[in-house]
Design a protein around this ligand. Structure first.
Ligand code: SAH
Ligand code: SF4
Ligand code: F3S
Length: 450
């Protein structure tokens, strides 16, 4: 590797939006002579890309910063930076509260990063972003640089922010109001990724992508389902996914897109959060349990075999045991492939912090453990049902444990380890002959010339 280069480590917390932003941070610093690294000790710059959705995010950040004090002190030219949602929430105060921190910047100031790093390197200043407002235009970052990307999958952001104001959630406060990226920019970026970077699978990204242009639509801009159909037509794109879906926004046009366009893959991350109508109402989710299950049934009718994944919160203020069991029963009714489960945690500034009936932490944890046990059994039995079937698998590379075994994904987003000879990015047929707790096993079906 080039020893002249300076190294930047971006440590990512939180959601795919942050993953995506972290990649962009590295890309933005490349023209300054940086390369990305995973090794803290060899890094010249460390950026913590933070998340504030979970409990005690601020304290966790300060303890992480404490652990980096020595690293920072070892070399005066090093730069320690904090970005992401905690930075957005705390702003310039962070610099006052942590003396060995060099740089803080908000979630919409990525484009300023190269300039800020240059100024610090030149003058040893401590720099805060000059602008903390949430952007009110989708002033999109420079499109990705022309370098080979790793793998065959890429995320493409189609919106930022969120307008839903679920009562437990901090995201609308840190990320601001929803803003939709113009469709042509999205299409251009997907086309560029497919044509120049060997990408054949794209996930369109945003907090509630199905809300894309549903309200306040600019003239000529498509709604989400039409956007999907337009992106799906890009030549060379084999698989199209999106996340996160918002249940209330599922309409006939989305069902139709699933019916007619096979490039749209049979998997949706569509968080339900709770199985109880009373809790859903308190959460301000905007749907009842019955409305949710009807929409999921309609989606599965439009695309047989559709797999669903979800986010769940247990221990919401006032959640009774019976209401918790309604959440358990919706898991059993829908049979999600997997769920991200969370014990409710108070986020300062959100409405739910003032709700009555706060549950003790041990009770929240007990519910979480119970729920995870139920879900694990569902995941295991869904995977076991795949045994004996054949599945189209997109090859990701060698498997983690054994370089002779390949790893890939089914259309339903299930991971498969399989014996085969295919190249990364190839689509192959795999016969599934085993299932673990989270992955499938199989063997590539070889097609022999007659
Ligand atoms: N926009 C997505 C989710 C974004 S946050 C959606 O609406 O589904 C990711 C997940 O974190 C949420 O789905 C929720 O399950 C969880 N979460 C958010 N705030 C939380 C809180 N205060 N306590 C516990 N979990 C929370
Ligand atoms: Fe948070 Fe609700 Fe918006 Fe998702 S939809 S980001 S949970 S406010
Ligand atoms: Fe966390 Fe910010 Fe994502 S709060 S979940 S990183 S939008």
């Amino acid at each position: 590797m080039d020893t002249e280069k300076r190294r930047v480590q971006v440590v990512t917390y939180g959601c795919q939006m942050n993953d995506h932003d972290s990649d962009r941070m590295v890309e933005l610093l490349e023209p300054l002579g940086f390369v990305g690294t995973d090794d803290k000790l060899s890094a010249d710059v460390i950026i913590l890309n933070t998340c504030s959705v979970r409990e005690k995010a601020d304290q966790k950040l300060f303890s992480e910063l404490g652990r980096l004090r020595e690293w920072r002190a070892a070399d005066p030219d090093r730069i320690l930076a904090v970005g992401g949602c905690v930075a957005q929430g705390m702003g310039n105060d962070l610099l006052d509260r942590c003396r060995h921190l060099d740089l803080v910047f908000g979630t919409d100031q990525l484009a300023q990063l190269p300039d800020m790093v240059t100024r610090i390197s030149a003058h040893r200043l401590r720099v805060a972003a000059t602008e903390w407002r949430n952007a009110d235009e989708f002033d999109f970052l420079p499109i990705r640089p022309q370098r080979r990307m790793e793998g065959t999958h890429a995320y493409v952001k189609i919106m930022k922010g969120c307008n839903k104001f679920c009562t437990y959630c901090i995201v609308p406060y840190v990320k601001g109001r929803e803003l939709f990226r113009p469709a042509q920019e999205i299409i251009d970026e997907v086309r560029m990724l497919v044509e120049n970077h060997g990408i054949c699978e794209i996930t369109l990204l945003g907090q509630t992508v199905t809300s894309y242009n549903l309200k306040n639509r600019q003239p000529g801009e498509p709604r989400f389902a039409e956007l999907l159909l337009r992106v799906a037509e890009i030549e060379g794109l084999h698989r199209l996914r999106f996340m996160t879906g918002y249940p209330r926004d599922v309409h006939e046009d989305l069902l139709e897109a699933f019916r007619i366009q096979p490039v749209i893959q049979p998997h949706i991350h569509m968080p339900v959060q709770s199985g109880s109508d009373r809790i859903l109402k308190l959460m301000n989710r905007g749907y009842t349990r019955a409305q949710y299950t009807e929409k999921m049934a309609a989606l599965r009718a439009a695309r047989p075999g559709l797999s669903l994944t979800s986010d769940i919160i247990v221990g919401f203020p006032g959640e009774t045991e019976a209401e918790f069991l309604e959440t358990i029963s919706i898991l059993e009714e829908i049979r999600y492939d997997s769920v991200y489960s969370f014990a409710y945690s108070e986020r300062p500034g959100t409405r739910a912090t003032s709700f009555e009936g706060s549950l003790p932490e041990p009770e929240r944890r007990r519910r979480l453990v119970h729920l995870n046990g139920v879900q694990d059994a569902i995941t295991t039995s869904l995977l076991a049902e795949c045994i004996g079937k054949t599945s189209e698998v997109l090859v990701l590379g060698p498997s983690a444990r054994d370089p002779l075994v390949l790893r890939g994904r089914t259309p339903e987003h299930r991971l498969v380890n399989f014996i085969g000879t295919a190249e990364v990015g190839e689509l192959v047929q795999v016969s599934i002959d085993g299932a673990g707790r989270h992955t499938l096993k199989g063997a590539q079906i070889m097609i022999h010339a007659a």
